[in-house]
Write a protein that binds this ligand. Structure first.
Ligand code: SP5
Ligand code: ZN
Length: 368
């Protein structure tokens, strides 16, 4: 048994992101992306550090061009401008149905926020005002911009970039606690709780700095439509995703096996949809196939989009994976034999997050 310590990158900003609510079928309903997600993971990282099972690091600030390598500057500027404007706005009152049976609604106060009201349905994007831009750069109504959104999203990207830099300087296993998450964020669109695509930004950084090949493996239970979008036309980054069948669950409009990439990128995008309720053995068997295909692209670094929303107790009810499944997945991943940066994506079962993250990180570093 030989052991290498994981270096975990985090900052307290991950707990300062407080998206107000999802607008689901026209009604505000509680967001699953709550600050406690990051809070409980941070506590677990600190306790793993205390028992000397990992090292901790804080994010450095990277130059914005590393973000512009993945996202359109206009989109990033929209995020920055909107956040800045909202930071000085008064709170907003929102009517909420608190008891639908007894037909009772109450009014709640939220820090200022912006949601899209219309999405691009035409082909002539000449209008640039607050309302048209909110729709132009978004694909759903679960991902509000708030006063500190730009700041927290950039901090999450910096956590991923810091992890990528660690790999560049010889660290074998790094973990970035990114919140907000990233894999749904496309080149010029936010959605699915994601604003900046942390994993894609880290992958591009490694490619640029080392000129080596990078692969992204996405084991969040949702399809990473953003990462697929960003690397769809390149053979430089192989992207594979295991996710719940998107005929049943978001992001609905991508994630199908026939999406294999375009142009030079054809054959470098692999989608493996699985049924709702998939269990450990089926998931791990498909993971083995994903890793075998990934190997064929001869990557020298692996980025894992790591979501725990496939866990059996996750409130989104996607897969039925046990905590031990994340140990077995980590083992398969580390058997690739290349440096791995794991980037936090989803996972909404607060009670199970600490065990899931520690089980995964511990298993990553044991090899035989
Ligand atoms: C990073 C990540 O895991 N993003 C997941 C985004 C999923 N958002 C959709 C949540 C849908 C919850 N369904 C609401 C049902 C209300 N009755
Ligand atoms: Zn997810």
């Amino acid at each position: 048994m030989n052991k290498e310590q994981v270096v975990a990158v985090f900052s307290d900003r991950a707990t300062q992101h407080q998206p107000t609510f999802d607008i689901y079928n026209g009604i505000p309903s509680a967001s699953f992306d709550i600050p406690e997600r990051a809070g409980v993971i941070i506590q677990e990282l600190i306790s793993l550090r205390q028992s000397e099972q990992l090292e901790l690091a804080h994010p450095k600030e990277f130059d914005l061009p590393f973000v512009y390598a993945v996202h359109d500057k206009e989109y990033v500027e929209h995020l920055r401008r909107t956040s800045e404007r909202l930071a000085s706005k008064p709170p907003i009152l929102v009517p909420e149905i608190t008891d639908p049976v007894n037909r009772i609604a109450t009014v709640k106060e939220y820090p200022a926020f912006a949601y899209p009201s219309v999405f691009p349905h035409g082909t002539n994007p000449q209008s640039h005002n607050r309302t048209s831009d909110r729709g132009l750069y978004a694909f759903d109504t679960a991902t509000p911009i708030m006063g500190n959104t730009y700041e927290v999203a950039l901090d999450a990207a910096n956590c991923a970039l810091t992890g990528a830099e660690l790999l560049h300087s010889g660290t074998k296993f790094a973990y970035a606690l990114c919140r907000p998450p990233g894999h749904h964020a496309e080149r010029n669109k936010m959605g699915g709780y994601c604003y900046l695509n942390n994993a894609a930004i880290a992958a591009e950084y490694l490619r640029f700095i080392t000129n080596k090949r990078v692969a992204v493996l996405d084991i969040d239970a949702h399809h990473g439509n953003g990462t697929q979008d960003i690397f769809y036309r390149t053979n430089e980054v192989f992207y594979t995703s295991l996710h719940v069948d998107t005929k049943e669950k978001p992001p609905y409009y991508t994630g199908y096996p026939e999406e294999k990439g375009q142009g030079a990128g054809y054959g470098y995008n692999l989608n493996i949809p699985l049924p709702i309720g998939t269990k450990d053995d089926d998931f791990l068997h498909k993971l083995e196939i994903a890793l075998t295909q990934t190997k064929k692209s001869q990557p020298q670094f692996l980025i894992v989009s790591l979501g725990f929303d496939g866990h059996m107790n996750d409130p989104l009810e996607l897969f039925k994976l046990t905590t031990d499944c994340y140990a077995r997945a980590a083992k398969q991943i580390s058997d690739m034999g290349i440096p791995v940066l794991s980037v936090q994506e989803g996972g909404y079962g607060i009670k199970d997050l600490p065990a899931n993250i520690s089980t995964y990180l511990k298993a990553l570093t044991f090899s035989n």
